[in-house]
Write a protein that binds this ligand. Structure first.
Ligand code: FNR
Length: 427
């Protein structure tokens, strides 16, 4: 990506011309007072102008003209701080929120911070290999883009920008049933493998056609989400009266009433029209009969269910509590992972998501037996701040941080990461 240097004074003098130059360049390094201040991936003139305004404000508050340099996003938390400024309060509440008091959403992240690492020294780390195999394919690194709904609320190009970011890095992307872009259009823009995330609809014929459409469009796996037979108690969404704005719909569900509108249950019900609360283990056979794609279950949180999933012929498990968005006070996924890994005993790959914000988090998940991880909100932050470039940057930040963590613990390949990378006092 080319980088365009621009001074904040130059921008204020002629925003239109500056923005045209920026668009051609892709990324802009803002300078002021003779020093670099921030790298930005602008999505619009207004967004760039508001970033510059923020920089100026931060500078004057600190009384330090170069202090704005810290505004350049260099880690996932930086993106998380910048993202809410790029969207409505309603959209931010939707993306960032969790269920209830958001304990689980927070615990997911805190669980990683509680675990300490155990480094080995004097290992030749001049080559670090992040490649790994999953469901018979090679991944360049063990990070996938988690399925998240309504991406056009975060960026006008929505899922197409996210797949652009995935393409730029080689990451496999999981596309949500509740995308704002039809699954075929995402597939047409993809150069990376795609998986399709399925919410079973009340209309089973429609559900079958959705699965067939995904297979016909070239999707490589089907991820059945099993932790959301009903929507969680989303207080933030209720407060902002969350609904899809005009012009946005659940594009994959066109033809169903559930394609439009809020789909939040009314106050005297817990059911929404967009999810079938009656899905059971019996439906797994039915789903597997519809497709030759491998079927994974996402949202498994106990050893019992993991064992049953394997017995049902499932090809993989995603340990997930939906980023803390379904049932509050579920344990963090990292703490459930060992129980599930033990039960599955290597028969199918176990993936995990929820709370991953650092490369060290990924190393810990792999150390506890995960085959790969998925990232949900981090991709949304990148998407909101910088479209496809922002998504690619977030993935690359995590990829690089993982490589760093591997080098500093003396693990040069994914296969070399095992339980001994986790520090267990007293053992
Ligand atoms: C989700 N998630 C989700 N999962 C799914 O199976 N289908 C979906 O449509 C969505 N939609 C969705 C929207 C938003 C805004 C978020 C934040 C999450 C859950 C997602 O796939 C994943 O499990 C979590 O996001 C992982 O947690 P982190 O990475 O966000 O902490």
């Amino acid at each position: 990506m080319k980088t365009k240097w621009i001074s904040s004074r130059e921008f204020s003098a002629s925003p239109g011309r500056a923005l045209a130059a920026v668009r051609r360049a892709g990324r802009v390094l803002v300078t002021g007072h003779g020093k670099p201040r921030a790298i930005m991936i602008p999505t619009s003139e207004e967004a760039l102008a508001s970033d510059l305004e923020r920089l100026d404000r931060a500078d004057s508050e600190r009384g330090d003209p170069a202090a704005g340099a810290s505004a350049a996003p260099i880690n996932v938390s930086d993106y998380a701080r910048m993202a809410p400024e790029r969207m409505s309060k309603m959209a931010w509440g939707y993306f960032e929120g969790g269920a209830g008091d958001e304990h689980t959403a927070r615990w997911n992240m805190e669980a990683y911070a509680r675990i300490r690492l155990r480094p080995r020294c004097l290992v030749d780390v001049s080559k670090i290999d992040l490649r790994t195999a999953l469901l018979g394919r090679e991944l360049p690194f063990p990070i996938l883009v988690a399925p998240t709904a309504y991406q056009r609320l975060a960026h006008p190009d929505g899922e197409l920008a996210t797949v652009g970011g995935a393409n730029a890095t080689g990451a496999t992307m999981v596309v949500s049933t509740q995308a704002n872009t039809p699954l075929e259009e995402v597939a047409a823009a993809a150069t990376v493998p795609l998986w399709f995330q399925l919410y079973v609809q009340l209309d089973r014929d429609f559900t079958s056609s959705l699965v067939r459409r995904a297979e016909a469009a070239g999707y490589k796996a089907l991820v059945l989400t099993v932790d959301a037979p009903v929507l969680g108690a989303r207080d933030r969404e209720q407060r902002t009266n969350f609904t899809l704005p005009p012009g946005l719909d659940r594009a994959n569900l066109r033809g169903l009433a559930a394609a439009k509108g809020s789909q939040r249950p009314s106050e005297d019900s817990i059911f929404s029209g967009a999810l079938d609360p009656g899905v059971t283990w019996k439906d797994i056979d039915w789903l597997r009969s519809l497709t030759s794609m491998p079927v994974l279950l996402k949202g498994v949180m106990t050893g019992e269910d993991a064992g049953r999933a394997v017995d049902s012929g499932i090809s993989g498990i995603v340990v997930s509590n939906h980023g803390g968005r379904t049932l509050d006070t579920l344990p963090p996924t990292l703490e459930v992972l060992p129980e599930i890994v033990a039960k599955v005993a290597g028969r199918v790959p176990v993936l995990v998501d929820g709370g991953i914000r650092r490369g060290t988090d990924i190393l810990k998940a792999l150390g506890l037996g995960a085959a790969a991880v998925l990232i949900g909100r981090p991709t949304i932050y990148g998407l909101a701040v910088g479209g496809a470039d922002g998504v690619a940057h977030v993935i690359n930040i995590l990829r690089r941080e993982l490589a760093l963590a591997m080098a500093l613990t003396g693990r040069t390949s994914i296969a070399a990461i095992d339980g001994s990378v986790i520090w267990r006092p007293g053992e």
